[in-house]
Design a protein around this ligand. Structure first.
Ligand SMILES: [Zn+2]
Length: 187
């Protein structure tokens, strides 16, 4: 009898501890970690963006005003930036090494054809933030890129594009959407 009581007490103890633990686990989501989560900070270095420096800053502002899950900030001097933005004579493009990391090329070829530099900057940054091209598409879509025509100056992502970026960063940079491989987006 005494032995059975001891065994029961030994079982009840851990069970109660488990109940307390699971009680806490259930209560935790009420604090909504998603809503209080800090945005993922990505740094950028536009030191080689030449005549496009202002357009790049405008493109960065577009994203910072459009989404809450990720924020682009200028890298400090000497700091290794997540995103490099450089000017060259080719067609605008982005080379991403993983979600939030890569190089944006502000290609002069499209600028000479009349394409809007701020739209180019925010479009290419969109690739860095995990968006594919959506072509052909209307001017209201940022990722329709050049297919919206030279007259399109809209630098803002549409609702679906914003939602996709939020989703990418809600899952975290190590999440399943993080493509740890190099992708090249021409345009
Ligand atoms: Zn593109």
């Amino acid at each position: 009898m005494l032995l059975r009581t001891v065994v029961r007490a030994a079982l009840v103890g851990p069970l109660m501890a488990l109940a307390l633990l699971s009680g806490q686990a259930v209560a935790a989501p009420a604090e909504s970690p998603q809503a209080t989560a800090e945005p993922k900070i990505l740094t950028y270095d536009a030191g080689e963006s030449a005549e496009f420096a202002e357009a790049v800053d405008s493109g960065v502002n577009v994203w910072n005003e459009s989404v809450t899950g990720v924020r682009l900030e200028k890298a400090a001097d000497g700091e290794q930036a997540n995103i490099r933005i450089v000017a060259d004579d080719g067609w605008p493009r982005a080379v991403t090494t993983s979600l939030g990391n890569g190089t944006v090329y502000m290609g002069r070829e499209a600028v000479q054809q009349g394409y809007n530099t701020i739209r180019i900057a925010s479009h290419e940054l969109g690739h860095i933030l995990g968006l594919p091209d959506i072509k052909p598409g209307p001017c209201s879509s940022l990722m329709s890129g050049s297919t919206a025509g030279v007259s399109c100056t809209n630098p803002n992502p549409d609702a679906a594009e914003k939602a996709e970026v939020e989703e990418n960063f809600a899952e975290g940079v190590a999440g399943p959407r993080d493509r740890q491989r190099t992708l090249v987006f021409q345009d």
